[in-house]
Design a protein around this ligand. Structure first.
Ligand code: FE2
Length: 459
């Protein structure tokens, strides 16, 4: 594998203090009419209200090309039906804003708290996750009506300055929560469609701009004490802090993501049949699950194909490899005589980089090859395209303590048996990501847009 080869980079940048939420889906004429970007600062009441409207609308844009039947199916316990995501995100605002801020608020529906609570034990009992696909009622139409009702009462909250001032942080949390579920709508419907022999397409295929550009070498970073974690007054999840110092040994990062072409070399070298590359639990999983390639790959007449949100496509070897587990990422790294980065190394490396990349706003919903028209960067694709597995276990930073109450359950209680991923993916909104953002999934998870960047130690 040519780990030191051509680097192509790609365009657009913004920062997390602005939102650039395009309310449209690729390939829909209705979507194109609505594709006007709206950019504004957060932190002012009217901006929060506008942000609320745009993010809530975007959730519905993501589902407008789906049929009601598509929105009910659950294909595995980890993935939820689209309808459930649309209801649960509304339940979040009803539970943590309306119920708390409006003492006379009566639940919109007596049973919705049970159906649409995900995992907040302090908020009451909940329906079991693996059976969400069995819930045909409320219907999709009733679920959308629930959204309208929540939005209507939220409108009244936005008219009350005293309540708004108190609850603005929770509303902002609810909006970032909804953006997380927008990503899950895309990853979960991809899994649903992949299980259908008709292999339906969620969106039209985008045409990536791909051509080789300048050679880049692995980027080196010196040893030192670095500042890690979120520092500032903007929105961030509690798991991004406290801000702290971390001693980092000298290291190198690969200047681009690992591609499908790289990964095919690993497969053809017996990667899935040679235990020497695998962690013990990974090797057990490969054999138990009979993995021979990333999720959604199929071999047809000797050629690799992959299922995408635009349907089945012949594998593009220039695209970043995607839908690999931590186990596969780690085995690939060992085969390549490298390793996965620690999460703090990734954070050190992006300190001076713009938030440029292939995000949900691009509406390709698929990782793209490097783009020669973009500015050449020493490190390409650090943001967007695919979440990058790190070798860091998801654990609390020094001094971390979750908030008291139900919202303290948001992140902290999952700090066990999971690994940190960084940088966002092609289904993450650009306005949602941060350099300190810590995503996390179990090491066998493959249905998210997860990929690989390699690291090497210099010490
Ligand atoms: Fe949630």
């Amino acid at each position: 594998m040519q780990l030191q080869d051509t680097v192509r980079s790609e365009g657009s940048s913004s920062n997390t203090e602005t939102i650039n939420q395009r309310g449209s889906l690729a390939g829909t004429s209705k979507g194109n009419e609505l594709a006007t970007a709206q950019t504004f600062e957060i932190g002012q009441p009217e901006n929060l209200r506008t942000r609320y409207r745009l993010i809530r609308e975007f959730s519905e844009k993501l589902s407008e090309t789906l049929e009601p039947e598509d929105c009910v199916v659950q294909t595995m316990p980890e993935a939820s039906p689209v309808k459930w995501h649309l209801a649960h995100t509304s339940w979040f605002f009803e539970t943590f804003v309306l119920k708390e801020a409006l003492p006379r608020h009566n639940p919109i529906h007596a049973q919705y708290a049970y159906l649409f609570n995900s995992y907040y034990n302090a908020a009451g009992k909940m329906h079991c996750r693996p059976k969400r696909g069995l819930i045909s009622r409320p219907t999709l139409r009733e679920t959308m009506e629930y959204r309208r009702q929540v939005d209507g009462i939220m409108d009244a909250v936005f008219e009350k300055p005293a309540i708004l001032e108190k609850f603005a942080p929770v509303i902002l949390l609810g909006l970032h929560h909804e953006q997380q579920h927008q990503e899950l709508i895309l990853t979960d419907i991809k899994h649903v469609f992949s299980e259908n022999p008709l292999r339906p397409a969620f969106c039209e295929r985008s045409t990536p701009k791909s051509a080789p550009v300048a050679l880049a070498s692995w980027q080196s970073f010196p040893a030192g004490v670095y500042e890690i974690g979120y520092k500032g007054a903007g929105f961030h999840f509690d798991n991004e802090g406290p801000h702290h110092r971390q001693f980092v040994e000298p290291f190198q990062l690969m200047p681009r993501l690992v591609t499908n072409g790289d990964y095919v070399e690993f497969i053809e070298d017996g990667g899935y049949r040679r235990p020497e590359f695998w962690l013990s639990l990974g090797w057990y999983t490969v054999n138990e699950q009979r993995w021979e390639a990333p999720l959604y790959w199929e071999k047809r007449d000797g050629n690799w194909w992959a299922f995408t949100l635009a349907g089945m496509r012949k594998l593009d070897k220039d695209e970043p490899v995607c839908h690999v587990s931590y186990f596969e990422a780690d085995a690939f790294a060992r085969w390549a005589k490298a390793r996965l980065p620690y999460e703090f190394e990734w954070e050190v490396a992006v300190a001076d980089l713009p938030y440029a990349g292939n995000f949900a706003e691009n509406r390709s919903f698929h990782p793209q090859p490097l783009d020669q028209t973009a500015t050449r960067q020493p490190l390409a694709q650090m943001f967007g395209d695919v979440w990058e597995w790190t070798s860091s276990s998801y654990s609390p930073y020094p001094g971390y303590a979750p908030a008291v109450g139900a919202l303290g359950e948001y992140n902290g209680k999952f700090m066990c048996n999971q690994y940190v991923l960084r940088g966002g993916s092609c289904t993450t909104s650009q306005s949602h990501i941060r350099k300190t953002y810590r995503n996390f999934f179990p090491p066998n998870a493959r249905w998210q847009f997860t990929g690989i960047r390699l690291a090497r130690s210099l010490a």
